[in-house]
Design a protein around this ligand. Sequence first.
Ligand code: MG
Ligand code: MG
Length: 250
Amino acid sequence: MIRLKSPFEIDCMRKSGEILRDCLLFLEERVKAGVSTKKLDEFAYEYIKGHGAEPSFLGFDAGMGVPFPGTICASVDSVVVHGFPSERKLKEGEILSIDCGLVFKGWQADAARTIAVGEISKEKRDLVDVTRQSFFEGVKNFKEGNRLGDISSAIQLYCESRGYSIVRTMTGHGIGREMHEDPSVPNFGRAGHGIRLERGLVLAIEPMVNMGTWKTHDEGWLCETLDKKPSAHYENTVALTENGAEILTL
Ligand code: MG
Ligand code: MG
């Protein structure tokens, strides 16, 4: 069931989104070679708690056997999403996808960035840039009267026409009181298909884009590219308001 949000509810979600936006900026400044993802996870936890919010991912039980152990998902290079924060230190040339969610006064926000660790190859830079831009191509289609498939297909076409592939096993989602609400928002699909987009719809739009094959190895929380080539992730929480699509976490 899709739960549309009132202007007042979207205003509440703006506040959650602002905290998450600033938290991710705070983390980005701290990404460098020699820092462990566990340390970044601690920074995120303290930041979120310090702003009166609660981490949504920590302890999240998705039926994977173990609850998620971190405040952030920290996914390096070939790990698509859901990487566990660990003591392993980041290395120059890696890309780190940080996905983070929080709840503030009962309203969720969810966003992700892929960040370069120092200098990265041109191939990785291009992957990160295309992933980010594909999100905006999707958002251009998030408007009243369009259909969900218009967002999905815009993301897919943008990435595939540049030689990248789209992860199939993970999708974006509705968001509100719950982190994951209906509808599911695939990053692939057919324009003109799917539900009609209405004012009050709030979506986490999140392309996950691979340099090589779209196929992934999914086991428990693990989601890694099958060919071990790099993957990037970019996500924001976006509301459809009377003024059009508004990105709440940017
Ligand atoms: Mg996320
Ligand atoms: Mg999400």
